[in-house]
Design a protein around this ligand. Sequence first.
Ligand code: MG
Length: 165
Amino acid sequence: MESNAIERVGLGYDIHRLVPGRKLILGGVPIEYELGLAGHSDADVVLHAIIDALLGAAGLPDIGEQFPDTDPAYKGIDSRKLLSKSANLISDKGLRVINLDVVVIAEKPKLSRYKLAMRQSIAKCMELSSEAINVKAKTNEGLDACGRGEAIACHVVAGLAPMKK
Ligand code: MG
């Protein structure tokens, strides 16, 4: 029997500024809002935090080293491509994802109606069951940059186990 016992845990965090004239994409899902996140790629703060949680759990160099924002190849890139590549790096290390727990911090817009779509989008990209992924959305109670609606942040914990032999 394959064990699902988690052997490695990774923590990922990211934050991006909200600006006019950009699309808002979270977890690979387009979100209706008048502002979007600033960044070199599509600035998907959720996928970036997931990537760093995975890389961290696998003991690999972080997202900034894997996909430098000075590299024109990554300009405007769909972060789902970066997540797929990261998932491959994890399997190359003989590891598989047991679960991801995601916390998105956004004062606005309300994200509750997008949570299921985000789980499904992340799952599809990583070839996982959406049951392996939990997405929680919180406001920042009006405090700090996220609370003032100037940024969206994301925290992720990833649990990995060795791949089936
Ligand atoms: Mg980022």
